[in-house]
Write a protein that binds this ligand. Structure first.
Ligand code: GCV
Length: 681
């Protein structure tokens, strides 16, 4: 039997001010809203680290009463409780127990104690029952990283929450207090590293003035257990080093990177390392010199290795000249390199083989590089799922990928088992609410929680987030969580049902544009992905088509090779199917497609109704903004449905299924819409 963590949970609930009594809220405080100020928190040493001081202050501020004692390797006193065993908590874990006097948080490291602190605050804020014998936890993964796609001019690539929070112009002399709040929010969900700059990299960040700025940020993040990483532009030796080449096998180039790494580590001793996008979408890379990805990665790895640094080398590659099915290309390039990377290189793989779509199968690379440490890259910012305005909780999307079975040899064959960590493309910006909308914060939160434990239940995470962020009213929590849990599938339904993919507007990816078929590169057009004709639709990736199925282990390769055994949600990803093909419920593909669009729109309408029913239970400002955004989402869901149906009809010539509402406008109207200033482009 568990027991509720003292009476603190109930008290905190009152302080959250549910029932419509709360004052104005703007979302700035994220999920860290517990207010107490009455607990007695003691550290058993005279000179506690900054990290432990933060832990103490957090608990004093969050708990309304009670006593908390700490003990870590660096801070113990006479009579301090025993430290937990290394094998139970590792370097970053903790133990939370209760004795006659109150709570006891023990950890081997100070950052472990800080994580224990936020864990206790979460438990108290959500009224979670504490096991009788305490709570002993440690992260399942060692690398839990945010990747900012922030340019030095503060534009954020695929950012929908204002500008970059890094004010490079004022750094290092002005440290915006927001940097501390950012670090605190990240630490509270276990994130332990941030790459500050866009993977479409600018070498300027590696110049001395910028290293000084980065060092200032690292100083803010360090007490929160967060390391900084930088994106390394492969051609930096030419652009800022004055060399004539960036060939990774050139001695001068290697020496330049080594000296650069030494310079960075002199300023930032705990610098994490480099993140690299090379020979992808126009970025420079080792292939410019006839070298391989492994040659490039290993050269950088040697530069950071003496300092304990790592290189994260992205596998998001596909070539403009290559006629091979785009979703196969990363596998084709990287699998032959398995075992050829240095020990401190990790290959960073997007969850799906294409590009952060509302639904994709998992990337086959996760099951195909047993000799290479891998990172899973997820996109928190919603480039392809309606930007910040659409309510789309990504926990289920990520969990679907992380718990997918690669069927690779060995017992640990889930995607989650095969990675050393998770990297999330951040959705953070200067907007007061950080993420562009109240509900987009849930994705930042869920990313951190899944990076800590990739097998955690997305619904449980959503429940914690709602209770920490909005309300403790049980009925309201159920309704909001229900809405969140259905929201991703709603987006799939109104944008890209039944395995359709990449139908978004050119460049900005805002809204539908399935008709686009004539860009400079075929694989940037929606037509490349759906190939619709009068008779059929879908991309044939079976043995007789592009044979992408063969990149998966059995039994998936065989299952996905046949229409009958392919899950309907991936049907048109793997198969080209006649419009009159009969799907599982007996309707035709065309009827089913329209039904999915309608279901997606109906789900958004239902979300609006659910939210309207919560008026008075959520503070006014956050209630109102969410209500307005849901109205935008409904308008845009209809737009997606109508534009898509109008286009498919122009190709297949079919009548609408009986009872279906005709599109509001004709196809020409949808095609004429233009959004030159859509954000994030
Ligand atoms: C940073 C997609 C996005 C690009 C992004 C790229 C990547 O293509 O549209 O904006 O570039 O992915 O992940 O490198």
């Amino acid at each position: 039997m568990g027991r509720v963590l003292g009476a603190l949970g109930a008290v905190t609930v009152l302080l959250f001010g549910v029932g419509g009594s709360a004052g104005a809220e703007d979302g700035y405080r994220l999920w860290l809203r517990a207010e107490g100020g009455g607990a007695d928190v003691t550290l058993p040493c005279d000179e506690p680290s900054e990290t432990l001081t933060i832990a103490r202050d957090e608990l004093s501020a969050a708990l309304p009463h009670g006593t908390v004692r700490f003990a870590t390797s660096s801070c113990r006193g006479e009579g301090s409780p025993r430290l937990p065993r290394q094998r139970d908590v590792g370097e970053e874990g903790y133990r939370i127990a209760m004795d006659g006097e109150g709570y006891v948080i023990t950890a081997r490291s100070d950052v472990g104690a800080l994580y224990g602190t936020y864990r206790l605050i979460r438990a108290v804020s959500t009224g979670e029952a504490m096991p009788e014998d305490g709570l002993t936890e440690q992260p399942a993964k060692r690398l839990r990283l945010l990747n900012h796609w922030d340019n030095l001019d503060r534009h954020v690539e695929r950012g929908y929450s204002g500008e970059s929070i890094w004010n490079w112009h004022l750094l290092p002399d002005y440290l915006d207090p927001r940097y501390t709040d950012y670090a605190r929010a990240n630490a509270s969900i276990g994130i332990n590293g941030v790459s500050l700059t866009n993977v479409n990299a600018d070498a300027t960040v590696l110049t001395p003035p910028f290293i000084e700025k980065v060092a200032a940020l690292a100083g803010v993040f360090r007490p929160y257990g967060i390391k900084v990483y930088l994106t390394a532009r492969f051609s930096a030796p030419i652009e800022i080093g004055g060399l004539e080449t960036a060939d990774p096998l050139d001695g001068e180039v290697a020496a330049w990177w080594k000296a650069k790494a030494d310079e960075i580590y002199a300023a930032i001793p705990d610098f994490g390392g480099f993140l690299v996008k090379a020979n992808s979408e126009g970025q420079p890379g080792p292939q410019d010199y006839g070298r391989t990805h492994a040659d490039g990665a290993n050269m950088l790895a040697r530069a950071v290795e003496p300092h304990g640094g790592i290189v994260m080398w992205r596998a998001f590659v596909y070539s403009a000249e290559e006629p091979e099915d785009r979703v196969k290309q990363a596998y084709t390039e990287f699998v032959p390199l398995d075992g050829k990377f240095a020990d401190n290189v990790l290959v960073q793989v997007k969850n799906g083989p294409l590009d952060f779509q509302p639904r994709e199968p998992f990337s086959p690379l996760f099951g195909a590089m047993p000799k290479t440490p891998l990172l899973a890259e997820l996109q928190i910012t919603k480039e392809y799922l309606g930007f910040a305005t659409h309510l789309s909780y990504l926990g289920p999307l990520w969990s679907e990928a992380l718990t997918a079975d690669t069927h690779a040899r060995g017992k640990d064959s889930l995607v989650a088992d095969r990675v050393d960590g998770l990297a999330g493309v951040a959705n953070i910006g200067t907007d007061r609410n950080w993420s562009g909308s109240q509900f987009a914060q849930a994705n930042w939160y869920a990313f951190g929680r899944l990076a800590w434990d990739p097998k955690a239940e997305p619904e449980a995470i959503a429940r914690d987030w709602v209770r920490q962020t909005f309300t403790d009213d049980a009925e309201a929590v159920d309704r909001i969580v229900g809405m969140m849990m259905r929201s991703r599938e709603a987006v799939v339904d109104y944008m890209t049902p039944l395995g359709l993919t990449h139908l978004m507007g050119t460049g900005h990816h805002y809204g539908p544009a399935p008709w686009v078929d004539d860009l400079g590169r075929a694989d940037w057009t929606p037509y490349y992905y759906h190939r619709a004709t009068k008779d059929a639709v879908g991309f044939d990736r079976t043995e007789s088509g592009s044979d992408a199925v063969s990149q998966y282990h059995e039994p998936l390769a065989s299952q996905w090779n046949e229409v009958e055994t392919t899950p309907e949600e991936l049907l048109l990803w793997f198969h080209r199917v006649p419009w009159d093909h009969e799907v599982k419920d007996g309707s035709t593909l065309w009827q089913s497609l329209v039904a999915h669009y309608d279901r997606g729109v109906a789900e958004v309408q239902a979300m609006r109704e659910t939210w309207a029913g919560l008026e008075g239970k959520i503070d006014e400002d956050r209630y109102a903004q969410t209500a307005d955004f849901l109205a935008i989402q409904e308008k845009e869901a209809r737009w997606w449905r109508d534009a898509s149906i109008a286009y498919w009809q122009s190709v297949n010539g079919l009548d609408l299924p009986e009872g279906a509402r005709p599109p509001e406008h004709d196809l020409a109207w949808y095609k004429a819409q233009s959004f030159p200033y859509a954000p994030g482009n």
